[in-house]
Design a protein around this ligand. Structure first.
Ligand SMILES: *[C@@H]1O[C@H](CO)[C@@H](O)[C@H](O)[C@H]1NC(C)=O
Ligand SMILES: *[C@@H]1O[C@H](CO)[C@@H](O)[C@H](O)[C@H]1NC(C)=O
Ligand SMILES: *[C@@H]1O[C@H](CO)[C@@H](O)[C@H](O)[C@H]1NC(C)=O
Ligand SMILES: *[C@@H]1O[C@H](CO)[C@@H](O)[C@H](O)[C@H]1NC(C)=O
Ligand SMILES: *[C@@H]1O[C@H](CO)[C@@H](O)[C@H](O)[C@H]1NC(C)=O
Ligand SMILES: *[C@@H]1O[C@H](CO)[C@@H](O)[C@H](O)[C@H]1NC(C)=O
Length: 745
C-alpha cells in the first residue's frame, strides 16, 4: 500500500490537470452515484483522449543464431523493427552470434550481457525481468525471441499507453504450422516463394486465418508501462528461463499483488510462432535446434522455486486465475478495444461511445461481498463453480471505493453504466487463448519431494567447468556464508571467470547453490553447522577447513589443478596466470603474517584459504600427508599445511618466502603481501576507502580474515563496497540496478 500511495502522489504532481478532472468526478460520485450516467465516461477511467508519443524497448533472450531457430529469430526481430514507432531491441545473452547479428542493425538492436546465467549457460529469468524493469523507455516489452509481431501490436500498446493506471499486459502466441513468408532485409518487405513481395496486410490475414492456439503455454509476451510500481509483490526467485513455471508464476503473482492492472491481450493482436518456415539462403545450417536445451535440472529447479516462493502454488484448487481480456471491437481494422471478464459479464470499452455493458445474470462480480475485497481486485479469481453470491448495488460501497484505481472500481463503474449494447457484442471472439492452465495441469509436474539434487557427478562437473588449462577455482562453503558466497561468485562472474566449482559442506548451502544455478557438489556426509558460530578457532571451523584439503586432494587426483579460494577473499583481478607462472613444482599460498618486520614464511603462517595446487605427483603426495596430519590433529587444517610443507618449527624454510619439502621437493612460495594481503596486513580494512588504497598498492586479492564473527566480517566487507550481490533481488549487482542497498541484517 505504501508503494501505491507514493505512486499516486507522484502522479498527482505530474498530472495535476487530469487529476483535477478526476477529483471533480469523484465529488460528483459522492454527491450522487447515479449522476455518473450523465457523464461521457466514468472518472475512474480517466484517459487522455489523444495518442501520446511512446518509446518502446523490446527485450528478448535469443538462442544462438543457428539453424532453424536462428532463422525464426531473425524473422521475428525483423518484424519488430518494422513497427512504427520503431522499438529498440535488446538481445540478452552472451553467445557470439548475437553480436554478429546485432552489429549491422545498430543502434536499433544491441546486445546486453549484463544478466545472470546458470553455469550451463541458461538465462536466468529473474534477471531478464530485472533488466527490462530498468528500461528507460515508456514501455518495456519482454518477448520470446521467435514470435512475429504485426502493426496491431502498436495499436494495443497505444491504447494501453492511454491508461492512467499502471498496467501489465500479457499475451500468448498462436502457432502457424506452415509459415510461407520470409524476409531478407530488416527493412525489407515480406516475401513469398521466389521472392515475390507480399503486403504486410496479406501476411497478417494469413496468420489470422491459420494461427492455432496451443493450450497452456503461459504468457510469452509481457509489456508494461515503466516506472516505479513493481510488477508484483515480493521477490522473483532465480528461475531458469525456458524451463517451465516462470510465466505462470509471474502472472499469478502480478494478479495476486494487485499493483498493476493486469490484462490478457492475446486476442487483441497477432503474436505468431512460425513453426515451419521457408529455407532461405542466409542460413546454411538447417537442422532444427531446440530453443532451450531441455534441462531436467532447470525444470526441477523451477518447479521447486514455484512451490516455495510466492502464492502461486498455494492458490486454492478451485480457483482459476484469469486476467481481464482485452478484445478488439468492430472488426479487424478497428482500433476500438474493450475489456471483458472471463464470463463476459463485465466490460469496459474505450473510446467511450462504446459504453459499459451488462451481460449475463445478476450483477456479475460487482456484488461480491466487501469482506472478500481481496478477491475482486483486478477480477482475478473466479470460483470455477460460480459459488459467489451477488448482491444488489449499495451506493455507500461506491464511496468506500473511490480512492481505488480505476480497475478496482471497474465493478462500481459497471453498475452505474447504461445497458446499451455495443457493437462488440456482435463480434465473435475466438476464445481459445487460455493463459491459465487448469490447476491440475499446473500442479502435477511439480515433483513433490522437496530435496533437490544435482544430476552431475564431481567428474562431470569438473569436465564442464574447468578451463582449457584444466584449472578450476574451488570454494568449500557452508550455509553460514551464503551471502559471502554469492558476492564472491558475482565477482568472479564479473571477472569473466566461468571455471568455479563449489563444494557444499551442508545440505542447505547445497540446495541454495543448485537454486542459484551454480555448479555444486557435496563435500561428503552432510554436517550440522550452526549458522553464526562457525568462525576461526571454533570446532565447527576446524571441521570445515579439514574438508577443504580433502576436497582439494580429491580434485587433484582427478587430474585438475585447483585454485582454492575462501569466499571471504575479494578478487580485484584474475590471479590465475600469475599463480601458474611459478611452475608445477611450486604450491603458491597466501601468508597470514602481517608484521612487516617478520618473514612471510614464519611458522604456522601459511594461509590455507588461498592457494594454487598443481595436479602432479609431488603435490598429491603432499596433500595426502596434509589430510592425514589434519585427521589426527585437534586443530584446524592450517597448522597441518605448515607442519607438513615447511616442517615443524619451519625447519624446511628457505629464505623469507619459501619452504622446500624434502620428501617430494615441493616448493611452497608465500605470495607477496602487497599484492595478496591478508586481513590484518597494514590494517587495510580500517581504511576509509579500502578498495582505493588496496588498488593503489597493487592488490590482486584482499582476504577478509583476521576478524572474528560472521556478522562483523560481513559488515566490514559490505561497508567497504567490495560487495557484488543484491540479496534482495537474488542476483549479482548490475550497472542497471537502482536499488543498490544491501540488507543482510
Ligand atoms: C471447490 O469448492 C466447492 C465449494 O466451495 C467445494 O465444495 C469443493 O470441495 C471444492 N473443490 C475442491 C477440489 O477444492
Ligand atoms: C458468429 O458465430 C456464429 C456461430 O459460430 C455464426 O453463426 C455467426 O455468423 C458468427 N457471426 C459473425 C459476425 O461472424
Ligand atoms: C543437527 O542438529 C539438530 C539440532 O541442533 C539435531 O536435531 C539433528 O539431529 C542434528 N543432525 C545431525 C545429522 O547431527
Ligand atoms: C613485529 O615483530 C617485531 C619483532 O620481529 C616486534 O618487535 C614487533 O612488536 C612486532 N609488531 C607487531 C605489530 O606485532
Ligand atoms: C606419478 O605417479 C604415478 C603413480 O603413482 C606413476 O605411474 C607416475 O610415473 C608418476 N609420475 C611421475 C612424473 O613421477
Ligand atoms: C630433490 O632434489 C634433490 C636435489 O636437487 C635431489 O637430489 C632429490 O633426488 C630430489 N628428490 C625428489 C623426490 O625428486
Amino acid at each position: 500500500m505504501a508503494i501505491r500511495s507514493r505512486q499516486r502522489l507522484s502522479r498527482f504532481s505530474s498530472k495535476v490537470a487530469l487529476v483535477a478532472v478526476w477529483v471533480a468526478g469523484m465529488l460528483l460520485i459522492s454527491m450522487s452515484p447515479f449522476a455518473l450516467n450523465l457523464l461521457p465516461s466514468s472518472p475512474e477511467w480517466q484517459v487522455e483522449k489523444k495518442a501520446r508519443p511512446m518509446t518502446i524497448t523490446i527485450y528478448t533472450a535469443p538462442a544462438p543464431f543457428e539453424g532453424r531457430q536462428g532463422q525464426r529469430q531473425m524473422l521475428a526481430i525483423y518484424s519488430w523493427l518494422q513497427l512504427n514507432p520503431r522499438p529498440s531491441v535488446v538481445l540478452l545473452g552472451q553467445d557470439a552470434s548475437l553480436s554478429k547479428f546485432a552489429e549491422p542493425l545498430a543502434p536499433f538492436v544491441r546486445v546486453d550481457t549484463e544478466i545472470d546465467f546458470t553455469f550451463l549457460g541458461a538465462h536466468m529469468f529473474h534477471t531478464m525481468v530485472g533488466r527490462a524493469r530498468a528500461s528507460t523507455s515508456d514501455i518495456a516489452v519482454l518477448i520470446e525471441p521467435d514470435l512475429i509481431l504485426f502493426p496491431d501490436f502498436i495499436d494495443v500498446l497505444g491504447y494501453s499507453h492511454l491508461m492512467q493506471d499502471d498496467w501489465l499486459l500479457v499475451a500468448m502466441s498462436r502457432n502457424v504450422p506452415s509459415f510461407p513468408f520470409h524476409q531478407q532485409l530488416p527493412e525489407g518487405p515480406w516475401l513469398i516463394k521466389s521472392n515475390n513481395v507480399v503486403e504486410t496486410e496479406e501476411v497478417h490475414a494469413y496468420v489470422s486465418q491459420h494461427g492455432q492456439w496451443t493450450a497452456c503455454k503461459g504468457g510469452q509476451l509481457w509489456a508494461w508501462n515503466t516506472g516505479k510500481v513493481p510488477l508484483h509483490a515480493g521477490v522473483m526467485p532465480p528461475f531458469v528461463y525456458g524451463q517451465g513455471q516462470h510465466n505462470e508464476w509471474l502472472l499469478n503473482e502480478a494478479l495476486t499483488s494487485g499493483y498493476r492492472f493486469v490484462f490478457d491481450a492475446s486476442e487483441a493482436f497477432s503474436l505468431i510462432y512460425p513453426q515451419d518456415i521457408p529455407k532461405t539462403v542466409q542460413v546454411t545450417q538447417t537442422e532444427e535446434v531446440d530453443k532451450y536445451e531441455y534441462q531436467e535440472w532447470g525444470f526441477a529447479v523451477n518447479a521447486h522455486l514455484a512451490r516455495h516462493y510466492g502464492s502461486y502454488f498455494f492458490r486454492p484448487a478451485n480457483f482459476s486465475n484469469l486476467p481481464v481480456k482485452l478484445f478488439k471491437c468492430g472488426g479487424p481494422k478497428s482500433k476500438k478495444f474493450c475489456f471483458w471478464d472471463h464470463f463476459k459479464h463485465l466490460s469496459y470499452c474505450f473510446p467511450p461511445e462504446l459504453l459499459l455493458i451488462a451481460e449475463g445474470q445478476g450483477a456479475g462480480f460487482a456484488g461480491m461481498q466487501a469482506a472478500e475485497d481481496s478477491y475482486i481486485t483486478s477480477f482475478r479469481r473466479y470460483v470455477l463453480g460460480k459459488t459467489w453470491k451477488y448482491f444488489p448495488i449499495q451506493p455507500h460501497l461506491l464511496g468506500a471505493r473511490r480512492n481505488l484505481p480505476f480497475w478496482k472500481n471497474f465493478v462500481s463503474g459497471f453498475r452505474m453504466s447504461s445497458n446499451r449494447r455495443s457493437t462488440c457484442l456482435q463480434d465473435n471472439f475466438t476464445v481459445g487463448a487460455e493463459l491459465d492452465c487448469p490447476v491440475s495441469r499446473v500442479k502435477e509436474p511439480l515433483p513433490l519431494n522437496s530435496h533437490l539434487a544435482s544430476p552431475f557427478s564431481l567428474e562431470s562437473l569438473l569436465s564442464r567447468v574447468a578451463n582449457s588449462d584444466k584449472v578450476v577455482v574451488l570454494a568449500v562453503v557452508g550455509n553460514s556464508y551464503r551471502d559471502m558466497l554469492m558476492s564472491w561468485v558475482c565477482r568472479l562472474k564479473w571477472l569473466k571467470l566461468s571455471n568455479l566449482i563449489l563444494s557444499a559442506v551442508d545440505d542447505d548451502i547445497y540446495e541454495f547453490a543448485i537454486l542459484q544455478g551454480l555448479p555444486v557438489f557435496k563435500s561428503g556426509p552432510s554436517m550440522n553447522l550452526s549458522f553464526n558460530d562457525c568462525h576461526f578457532g571454533t570446532e565447527c571451523f576446524q571441521t570445515v577447513t579439514k574438508v577443504k584439503s580433502r576436497t582439494v586432494l580429491q580434485i587433484l587426483q582427478l587430474g585438475y589443478h585447483v585454485l582454492l579460494s575462501d569466499v571471504d577473499v575479494y578478487w580485484f583481478k584474475d590471479p590465475t596466470r600469475e599463480l601458474m607462472s611459478f611452475g608445477p613444482g611450486t604450491l603458491v599460498a597466501q601468508t597470514d603474517e602481517y608484521n612487516l618486520t617478520e618473514a612471510l614464511n614464519v611458522p604456522r603462517r601459511l594461509n590455507s584459504g588461498f592457494y594454487f595446487a598443481w595436479s602432479n605427483n609431488a603435490t598429491i603426495a603432499a596433500f595426502e600427508r596434509i589430510v592425514k596430519h589434519a585427521a589426527t590433529s585437534h586443530m584446524s587444517e592450517q597448522p597441518s599445511f605448515y607442519d607438513v610443507l615447511c616442517g615443524v618449527g619451519g625447519k624446511y624454510r628457505v629464505g623469507t618466502t619459501l619452504c622446500v619439502e624434502p620428501l617430494t621437493n615441493l616448493t611452497v612460495h608465500f605470495l607477496d603481501r602487497e599484492k595478496y594481503p591478508n586481513g590484518a596486513y597494514k590494517t587495510l580494512w580500517e581504511n576509509e576507502n579500502v578498495a582505493e588504497v588496496c588498488k593503489q598498492q597493487g592488490c590482486v586479492i584482499l582476504h577478509n580474515n583476521w576478524i572474528s564473527g560472521r556478522k562483523k566480517k560481513l559488515a566490514r566487507q559490505i561497508a567497504s563496497g567490495l560487495w557484488d550481490y543484491d540479496d534482495r533481488g537474488r542476483m549479482c549487482v548490475k550497472s542497471w540496478h537502482s536499488s543498490g542497498q544491501i540488507h543482510l541484517f
